[in-house]
Design a protein around this ligand. Structure first.
Ligand SMILES: *Cc1c(COP(=O)(O)O)cnc(C)c1O
Length: 466
């Protein structure tokens, strides 16, 4: 399988290199040159299979020529074997044709585990084959860091260094990172803000000599392999609900557009998805785009669903590439305008095609609390604020009540206990696997906001330097 960049100026690559590169050298994102398809027969044959079996069937063609079939099946079995629900991504019925897809049964209780647990293992496998090592460096305001740490812990070919702003993450979020005592995991509590952490990470990647010396790499949300792994739960949910003989709709709480792009990819491969509802909080750039045809950057405002507090949805570029019939020149023109002026537009004709599939919906913090309380009263279920945005979006925008609407629950309610308790009066307990989180000892290093100091630290801990 060969991949090309949405900007058309980077070399085409095989899966291994796309995995390790993340971003393409021309600033674009990688996509397959030819998409594999799932026929009606393929989909019917998946009904009743385990999540791991479906995962191997859906992802296999994307890795063709890179990872041997048996090796891949083993990596998948390992990746999802540690999830705390036998179904991995269980569906829960909320009402007639109204479903919740629970994506919080991985080690860090958010949907990012579904891709990152596999990604860490794929990195290790591909690097070991090549006899190489990398140092993964990232900044986190909370969620992504712990998912990356859990994905990379104890992997031979990978060291991971995560910067978080000292004293500015929640206790649960910090402890999910700092109580991992694996020798290849290094937490920096930076004396600064999240933006300072991000600036230092960018500066390290922009220091070409340092980047090469340390074999720096990232597992951020533009990595193709993350999208690929997320296609699986749409197919699993779809076949469980009767696809291909029945259509489906999904409602997805959205930030970087990675999760909902995976749904679009599943549709492109043949899953009969008739509608995709994109839910946003007050950071509603995507919802405004679906309404107006104009993508216009605004100010980021903090909300109850912090993982969606985003004004630039980097994975949207992949959808633009599809929308403009894979014309990289058209994509580059729009991304250039967006960088320069903070906006770009899509013509009326193409917007009709966009709206045939997508709807947008926004929900502010008051609405989010209301939905959490309402669902608790209706069903007894506690949901987190991100999931509440998805559920509200699906209910508000569904077009056909005869088609199952599946809302994605992207985080466990115990990750956001204050918001859930404020809305319902009930404090959600941590699941068994994290019940002793507050008794575990922490390990992290407090460093000043100083590039040279942080670079020295990375040199000291990274095994590529040995
Ligand atoms: C990352 C995240 C999202 C947003 O997903 P995107 O792929 O960036 O759209 C939503 N909810 C939670 C809990 C997240 O961690």
């Amino acid at each position: 399988m060969i991949y090309h960049s949405t900007r058309g100026q980077a070399p085409v690559l095989g899966f291994d290199d796309v995995l390790l590169a993340g971003l393409a050298r021309d600033g674009g994102l990688y996509l397959p040159t030819r998409w594999p398809t799932l026929s009606a027969g393929d989909l019917r044959a998946m009904a009743g299979l385990s999540y791991a079996e479906i995962a191997v069937r859906v992802m296999g063609p994307f890795l063709d020529g890179s990872v041997a079939e048996d090796d891949f099946a083993q990596l998948v079995a390992d990746a999802y074997g540690g999830f705390d629900h036998a179904a991995v991504a269980p569906l829960k019925q909320l009402g007639p044709n109204d479903w919740l897809l629970e994506l919080f049964h991985g080690p860090t209780l958010a949907f990012k585990d579904y891709a990152l647990q596999l990604l860490g293992r794929l990195f290790d496998h591909v690097l070991s084959k090549k006899g190489q090592r990398v140092t993964i460096v990232g900044a986190t305001s909370g969620d992504t860091g712990s998912a990356a740490i859990e994905a990379c812990r104890d992997r031979d070919a990978v060291d991971v260094v995560i910067l978080h702003p000292h004293g500015r993450t929640s206790d649960v979020q910090r402890r999910q990172m700092t109580t991992v005592t694996a020798a290849n995991v290094h937490n920096i509590a930076l004396e600064g803000t999240f933006d300072d952490c991000q600036d230092l990470v960018k500066a390290m990647f922009n220091d070409q000599a340092f980047r090469d010396e340390m074999h720096l790499s990232a597992v951020n949300s533009i990595n193709w392999a993350r999208i690929m792994a997320q296609i699986v739960y749409y197919v699993a949910a779809g076949t469980a609900l009767g696809a291909p003989d029945r259509g489906l709709a999904f409602a997805v709480p959205t930030g970087n557009f990675g999760n909902v792009y995976a749904a679009f990819a599943a549709r492109r491969m043949g899953l009969p998805i008739s509608q995709l509802v994109v839910g946003s909080n007050s950071n509603d750039i995507l919802t405004r785009f679906f309404e107006t045809g104009e993508m216009r950057m605004g100010q980021v405002v903090p909300s109850l669903s912090p993982s969606m507090d985003i004004q630039v949805s980097s994975n949207f570029e992949r959808y633009l590439f599809d929308l403009f019939a894979e014309d990289a020149t058209e994509v580059e023109a729009r991304m250039g305008a967006f960088r320069q002026s903070g906006s770009f537009s899509v013509d009326h004709g193409r917007m009709a095609g966009v709206r045939a599939v997508f709807d947008g919906f926004r929900l502010d913090d008051d609405g989010t609390r209301r939905v959490i309380r309402q669902l608790f009263e209706e069903t007894g279920e506690l949901i987190d604020p991100h999931s509440a945005v998805g559920i509200a979006a699906g209910r508000a925008r569904r077009r056909d009540p005869a088609i199952p609407m599946v809302a994605l629950a992207t985080a466990h309610p115990a990750k956001f206990p204050d918001a859930v308790e404020a809305a319902t009066g009930v404090r959600p307990p941590l699941p068994a696997r994290l019940a002793d989180l507050f008794d575990r000892s922490e390990r992290y290093d407090v460093l000043p906001n100083d590039l040279a100091v942080v670079q020295d630290y990375v040199r000291r801990v990274a095994r590529v330097a040995a």
